[in-house]
Design a protein around this ligand. Structure first.
Ligand code: SF4
Length: 76
């Protein structure tokens, strides 16, 4: 799955949301999250992010970000 990380905070671009084929982005007040269970791991959003905030969860130390994204995706 792909996950939104802290570079997204206060970013105003939503190019990632536009390209996601399964609409698994959720918009909060000043950042976006991806629902990790809904993401199909297609990867098309990653190069669209000008802040380089979207990372695959296979990178090191991503567990806390996966939980953060899940928590907020379920709130919104
Ligand atoms: Fe959506 Fe694909 Fe990005 Fe997952 S990797 S959030 S399915 S665009």
């Amino acid at each position: 799955t792909y996950i939104v990380t802290d570079n997204c905070i206060a970013c105003k671009y939503t190019d990632c949301v536009e390209v996601c084929p399964v609409d698994c982005f959720y918009e909060g007040e000043n950042f976006l999250v991806i629902h990790p269970d809904e993401c199909i791991d297609c990867g098309v959003c990653e190069p669209e992010c000008p802040a380089d905030a979207i990372r695959p969860d296979t990178e090191p130390d991503m567990d806390k970000w996966v939980e953060f994204n899940r928590k907020y995706a379920e709130l919104w």
